[in-house]
Design a protein around this ligand. Structure first.
Ligand SMILES: [Zn+2]
Length: 224
């Protein structure tokens, strides 16, 4: 579909529909977490490495950064709220820990736009400490594990902070990194997005691998 087709500009639920390989990576990482928790370290490392699926990186790259203009469809909206100088933007810029917990409680570990499973960066850091060879995470996009990059949990402002959006329960949603960093400071209308989708019905089977954090905390309290 080209830019001259009227359907091209119709509002959508997400910038690009997820590809099946993301669910494949989710299943591999879920199994990796189980292997890690049962002490099967070689298996956990192999599963984490297997989840680094190149086509997932292609999906992400089509949405953010240089992106694909037929995926991230940017338009001018005459009456859109203007971009505000940094000094005038609502503070705090980021949600505090309590608000993050409330957002996770409402949204679970799924992107409110595209619906893909997400993983908090603390889990990535934990697993990278354990399996540095399997979980690559360099400073450049292409040096980062494709699944952990794509599934990187974000707290996203529906009305961007740079357009006057506040860090509140009502204005924030859990999203994936491509949905957050693809849209950046643009309004939903400027990229042709519908309002965020309803949260995935709870309880979702996907815990964002948060059980690994609880396990670590549990072990710490047992030894202290
Ligand atoms: Zn998303």
């Amino acid at each position: 579909m080209g830019r001259n087709d009227s359907a091209f500009w119709l509002p959508r639920r997400c910038l690009r529909e997820p590809i099946p390989e993301i669910a494949d990576a989710q299943a591999l990482l879920d199994e990796a977490a189980n292997a890690h928790l049962s002490g099967k370290r070689a298996r956990a490392a192999a599963l984490i490495a297997a989840a680094n699926i190149p086509i997932i990186r292609d999906w992400t790259e089509s949405i953010w950064g240089r992106h694909n203009a037929s995926v991230l469809r940017i338009r001018k909206v005459p009456d859109a709220p203007p971009i505000q100088p940094v000094a005038l933007r609502p503070i705090p810029r980021h949600p505090n820990a309590l608000l993050k917990r409330r957002l996770i409680g409402r949204d679970g570990y799924h992107c409110r736009f595209c619906g893909i499973p997400v993983i908090d960066s603390s889990i990535r850091v934990l697993l990278r400490t354990e399996y540095p060879d399997a979980l690559c995470w360099g400073t450049k996009n292409f040096d980062q594990h494709a699944a952990f990059q794509c599934m990187w949990l974000q707290y996203d402002h529906v009305l961007p902070n740079g357009r006057g959006g506040e860090s509140t329960f009502e204005n924030m949603v859990v999203t994936c990194a491509p949905c957050n960093f693809g849209r950046m400071e643009r309004t939903l209308e400027e990229v042709g997005l519908l309002a965020p989708q309803p949260p995935t019905p709870s309880p979702s089977k996907w815990d964002g691998l948060a059980r690994l954090n609880r396990r670590v905390k549990g072990l710490e309290s047992e030894t202290n």
